[in-house]
Design a binder for this molecule. Sequence first.
Ligand SMILES: Cc1ncc(C[n+]2csc(CCOP(=O)(O)OP(=O)(O)O)c2C)c(N)n1
Length: 542
Amino acid sequence: MQVATAVGQALVDAGVDHVFGVVGSGNFHVTNAMVAAGARFVAARHEGGATTMADGFARTADRVAAVTVHQGCGLTNAMTGLTEAAKSRTPLVLVAAEVQQPRSNFYVDQAALAAAVGAVPMRVEDPATAVAVADEAARTARHDRRTVLLNLPLPVQGLEVPNVSATPGPSESAPVAPSASDVDRLVEAVVRAERPVFVAGRGARRYGGQVAHAAERAGALLAESAVARGLFVDHPWSVGVSGGFASPGAAELIGGADLVVGWGCALNMWTMRHGRLIAPGATVVQVDDTADALGAHRELTFGVLGDVGLTATALADRLTESGTGYRTDAVRERLDAGIDWRTVPFDDRTGNGCIDPRTLTMGLDDLLPAERVIAVDSGNFMGYPSTFLGVPDEQGFCFTQAFQSIGLGLPTAIGAALAQPDRLAVAALGDGGALMTAMELETVVRLGLDMLVVVYNDHAYGAEVHHFGPDELPLDTVVFPDTDIAAIGRGFGFEACTVTGPADLDAVRTWVDGPRDRPMLVDAKVVADEPSWWLEEAFRGH
Ligand SMILES: Cc1ncc(C[n+]2csc(CCOP(=O)(O)OP(=O)(O)O)c2C)c(N)n1
């Protein structure tokens, strides 16, 4: 068996069942080997799209996904997606063909590229160890939650793999148990607290039950970071998302906490609004199984090194009965009255051929099935779908925003749709992000995905317009002629409509109630005379 075949087969044997990519001569054999071994291959139209599709798939399915690309230019095209995945610690193996002769047209230092963006570079150099290296790549992705670049040099690919007896791979290490003294400190902090809030992040997505149980014993309110949105969706003591997307009521309750515990959550500037959601003097604790993560974004009162599930269980076990804490009658009344964004009054600015983005998003929320998975691109518009579109659970929201790149929303939705085939996928995009990845509309149609693409079309880079507009600077560089994105959608095979007011949403209702044998694209001409409320927050991060 040749190396390329053995590597592809080994990745599938290690649990990879979806591989995304753009096939060139350099990754042809390894991709076919993965297909022959049973994986599904998803052809993208651009390697950036392929990588983010794999990222969206891995996050939503909670398992390792793979990407394959051609040497050199295939990898450089994938770099933005690779960076997003690496920053988000998505379990992903990107297999890249490689040339190592500096005079080759295709040459770039691929290992250096990976290392520069925080991915783990590996290389198959020897047929005798090819399978072991592929196995190690999958293990590192899954167990260490890292994004791996597996370089597959062209001259090695065709070499014969010797018959080596299978050596067992390194055993998976056990989850990190918290130390007894750290659990003692956490128990003390919780017992002392009158108004504890537990904020769950990406690292808590598997442990919603354990964190909720510990919160019940602690009398804590529950909140989620944006990447864990939906984790406590039906929990009676959840305030929803913390951070820039928090509703005013949620922000007030989180800001009133005297103890904030981040569970698998960095408590970073986004989740804590640059610290403004933490009351002066509040105790701040972070629980994480990675030592480097503790205190990386914020000064802590103390950190707990431990697996989120084990630590939450240890805490709950020590708090023998449920405390009242922040779960008072007064807070109950506030939560019962409703604190989500839909309860916040606003002036509907629909008119002059444009729909208010809030009216648009609430209208869609009402008519789309509850079983959905939502992906949101970056831009001024992004707060609306992130707050007004409800999600059924934490697998219903896929948020690839660690690199703050525009253009990731559509491929994220494709990956999430493949991971959740029984749900309607919703891709919420700005016109800038939509046109940056429009080629992947063809992928949506070809795959026959049950997807609604909503474009918040202000024919501008609205984020820049609103950021610089007040200073009366020239805006010609960030404003475009209006584009008929519905026509573009139709050209790719979508059903499509243009929305300028609530009545136009009838076309979406008809599509939702129909056979949905084609995906639908909504080109919503949105009111753009004011920045979204969270834009100021976003620019604080620059
Ligand atoms: C790859 C990339 N290029 C540029 C930017 C800077 N940027 C941030 S938001 C934005 C505008 C996005 O426009 P659009 O998708 O139409 O959304 P809007 O802001 O208009 O709501 C740009 C260009 C970025 N974040 N990522």
